[in-house]
Design a protein around this ligand. Structure first.
Ligand code: FMN
Length: 293
């Protein structure tokens, strides 16, 4: 069942009847009646807070989203396009960390950035898992390695390969085969003590959300990406980690160890820590594939 937030309240004394709240409501909760907004379908409210945020006379309050004194948004966006483009380019995968812990307050700041990422239907259904103790990170590494090894054993025999081909398709099997030598090397080196899996990171964040919600993947990915940008601005480097995500998605033991509920999927993970190397240059990327219509 969808969680229904408290619907907005309208102060008819203050309201000037401009109708902006009705116009911006994406869920058709409000209608205009006798030149004033009226709550028509409270049960459809997604609690996004647009109604209160747009009201020029502060006559609409959506209790869940209201801040004590509404922060007034400036006339221009907080970041200019050039600065934003620079930030997006500056964020690189950081795989070398100082052996220094990331304080809890800093991790909280990083996660607070994910909080403001969009979620389908404003479900805010992203869960964060933060690992900071060496013992837990070691166990995560062991379980991920063990799952990867087992996976390659399966793909290595004919029946296993056929199964992967049927379930995931020929291209997926081809991709696994392409990556196999490199990943086997990652496994070998990591087992020898050169951690090419978690990069000796002092912290790991994974995001998970209900598997049955078709917006969960997007919600988690956008949230963790926002976190990575905030981390960068705090001098903390991050590296997304497909090995953790994939293994936590498919391996019950790892999922259990991480405490991810059965009906959730892990949709993203990253290692993080204070950056031990600095990039001197930005890099170029291929031109985007765009089809103009
Ligand atoms: C979904 C996803 C999974 C990734 N998994 C890993 C990983 O397991 N290990 C790793 O070292 N880098 C991983 N990366 C980082 C990519 O290699 C990296 O983003 C890419 O090479 C571009 O470099 P940049 O992030 O520095 O711009 C992953 C990135 C994404 C988006």
């Amino acid at each position: 069942m969808r969680r229904i937030p408290p619907p907005p309240e309208i102060d008819s004394e203050k309201c000037n009847g401009c109708g902006l709240c009705v116009k911006v409501c994406p869920a058709l909760v409000l209608v205009m009646q006798n030149d004033l907004p009226k709550i028509e379908r409270a049960q459809w409210c997604i609690g996004c807070g647009h109604c209160g945020a747009v009201c020029p006379v502060d006559a609409v309050v959506q209790k869940e989203t209201a801040v004590e004194s509404h922060l007034t948004v400036g006339p221009d966006p907080a970041v200019n396009p050039e600065a934003l483009q620079q930030l997006l380019r500056e964020r690189r995968s950081v795989r070398f960390y100082k052996p220094k812990e990331v304080p809890k307050e800093v991790l909280e700041k990083i996660i607070n950035a994910g909080r403001y990422a969009p979620t389908g239907g404003n479900s805010q259904n992203v869960h964060y898992l933060v690992l900071t103790t060496p013992g837990e990170i070691t166990r995560l590494r062991e379980l991920t390695l063990s799952f990867l090894e087992r996976s390659f054993r399966i793909v290595g025999n004919r029946i296993g390969a056929l199964w992967v081909r049927l379930v995931a398709g020929f291209r997926a099997l081809e991709k696994i085969r392409d990556y196999e030598p490199g990943i086997l090397d990652v496994i070998k080196r990591t087992k020898q003590g050169e951690d090419r899996l978690l990069w000796n990171a002092p912290a790991v964040i994974a995001v998970h959300a209900p598997a049955w919600d078709q917006t969960s993947a997007f919600n988690c990915v956008s949230a963790i990406y926002c976190c990575s940008l905030m981390a960068h601005s705090l001098g903390v480097g991050t590296c997304f980690n497909g090995f953790i995500e994939h293994s936590a998605r498919h391996d019950r033991t790892l999922k259990k160890f991480l405490g991810i509920p059965k009906d959730h999927h892990c949709f993203g993970a990253m290692t993080l820590g204070y950056q031990d190397i600095k990039f001197k240059h930005l890099v170029e990327r291929r031109k985007p594939n765009i089809e103009w219509r």
